[in-house]
Design a protein around this ligand. Structure first.
Ligand code: BG6
Length: 487
């Protein structure tokens, strides 16, 4: 039997993530024959619904988001099932036992079960315990794995409590903490760029790198998620997880081999080396912002305080910029400027490596900086910028670029982040999932920033469609730099 044959149980099956991401990802894997025929998906939520109603709802999602139709869609939908469960009542989980038996028998899945927690975080500690009450966590017949969506805790304390609670019923090897940024092709490409080329490694350190920018910009606002977002803010929503994971990929040491343990050892190590910030450091190195009305992509948009689900007095940040450093031999003294925000002029995630200038200027004109721009999304690619002589008299230099566009490599069957990560979890490959020590390292670094913010954090207003508050420019200007403003 193929180890991927399994029943995928999605808790939170009537939610947005299931509709928009999970079912489309599974459908695409099915379409390109990565799931075979021996799998089933069991949606679980409180809402009473039968299999047919669930299939109709998921079909709607697939037509809408994937333009699905025809035979493949029909066949895929035949694999979908639904079970209503009162997810806070341990007894009610008993309904899953006969349902799972039936599906494992029908699809010859040998008891292999992948639980996906796509629920409000308040249920993360509850579901494992309720599954265990019915023996649904034991690996006696087939493997049992559990995927947990972010947020992994709300702060250091709750992250640890959550881990303790899940570990009571599932071993670490069964837990897959999903951070969809790690599933992005171009985030993984960072590793290949760094570790399969002799060209960059000798330069990838404090001797040659001046500073590094990491930007996660979005032009959208909080959309329908105001209620969730207001309790989270940019720091918990993007920085503590996605951007710190990207930073780890940029800064980690090469693992001796690529497997889940050695990769994740290096990720955790570098995150633990983030220079701890005192409240004075936070004061000098952090800028928080909140969007007001403005124009984005030619459209007038509301301010954050006018968004649905957001209290009119809210002090939640929709933008943050932070200067941080890594205390190790490779990076000592190199500033990492990280920023993220909603309602910025465009959607772009990129890393810019700024190299030091030549030790002595030979030509009278200022030579352009050398930089490597790693564009994670959209228009994925890598661009190397350097100076060359302007044709004609004299030695004036101008910036030129050598560009690689990822689209030139990509095959049409390139997997999206959720497709890749779901497939990895089914194969038992945890390399691209966050390990508990890395999550704790992120919280350890972020906790003093949250504490400072809660005690005295000032939130600057910025107009939607701009690159955040002017204070963010002042932050980087302290060391004579400017943020790149990607288009
Ligand atoms: C999610 C955040 O984890 O990532 C969202 O909750 C954010 O607020 C999203 O918009 C960004 O993901 P991507 O893949 O569009 O960059």
């Amino acid at each position: 039997m193929n180890t991927e044959n399994n029943c995928i149980v999605i808790f939170g099956a009537s939610g947005d993530l299931t509709f928009r991401k999970l079912i489309p990802a599974l459908y695409n894997l099915f379409k390109i024959d990565r799931l075979g025929d021996d799998f089933s998906v069991l949606g679980v939520a409180r809402t009473e619904m039968d299999d047919e109603a669930f299939r109709a709802k998921m079909r709607e999602a697939l037509v809408k988001y994937e333009k699905a139709s025809g035979d493949v869609l029909d066949k895929f939908c035949d694999h979908l099932y639904y079970q209503a469960v009162n997810t806070s009542d341990a007894l009610d989980y008993g309904k899953l036992v006969p349902r799972l038996d039936e599906l494992h028998n029908k699809y010859h899945t040998g008891g292999n079960t992948l639980y996906y927690l796509s629920t409000p975080p308040s249920l993360y500690p509850v579901i494992p315990e309720c599954l265990a009450a019915h023996g649904l966590n034991t690996e006696e017949f087939g493997w049992k794995r559990i995927i947990v969506e972010k947020p992994f805790g709300y702060d250091m304390k709750t992250a640890k409590e959550l881990d303790t609670q899940i570990h009571r019923f599932f071993d670490e090897h069964q837990i897959y903490r999903i951070d969809h940024y790690l599933g992005k092709e171009t985030v993984q490409n960072l590793l290949v760029l760094r570790f399969s080329n002799g060209l960059f490694e000798p330069l990838w350190n404090r001797n040659f790198i001046d500073y590094i920018e990491i930007t996660g910009a979005e032009s959208i606002g909080v959309e329908e998620r105001g209620g969730y977002y207001d309790g989270s803010g940019a720091m918990r929503d993007m920085f503590q997880n996605h951007l710190l994971q990207v930073l780890a990929m940029v800064a980690m040491e090469p693992p001796a081999i690529i497997n889940a343990d050695s990769m994740r050892d290096e990720v955790a190590k570098v995150l633990y080396c983030l220079h701890p910030l005192s409240s004075e450091d936070v004061k000098n190195n952090l800028v928080l912002g909140q969007y007001s009305r403005g124009t984005v992509d030619g459209e007038e948009v509301k301010g954050y305080l006018e968004e649905k689900g957001v209290p009119s007095e809210s002090n939640t940040e929709t933008f943050m910029a932070l200067r941080c450093e890594i205390d190790n031999w490779r990076w000592a003294g190199v500033p990492f400027y990280v920023r993220t925000g909603k309602r910025l002029p465009t959607r772009v995630t990129e890393v810019v490596i700024h190299f030091k200038t030549t030790p002595h200027p030979v030509f009278s004109q200022n030579a352009p900086d050398n930089k490597l721009i790693i564009r994670i999304q959209p228009d994925e690619g890598i661009s190397m910028r350097f100076g060359l002589k302007k044709p004609g008299a004299g030695f004036e230099s101008k910036e030129v670029s050598m560009d690689f566009r990822y689209a030139d490599l990509a095959s049409p069957s390139l997997l999206t982040a959720y497709e890749r990560l779901l497939l990895d979890a089914m194969k038992g490959d945890a390399t691209l999932f966050a390990r508990t020590d890395a999550v704790h390292a992120c919280w350890k670094f972020v906790q003093p920033i949250l504490d400072y913010k809660n005690a005295n954090g000032r939130i600057y207003e910025y107009e939607s469609g701009t690159w955040g508050p002017a204070e963010a420019d002042k932050l980087i200007a302290k060391s004579g730099k400017v943020w790149r403003k990607p288009s």
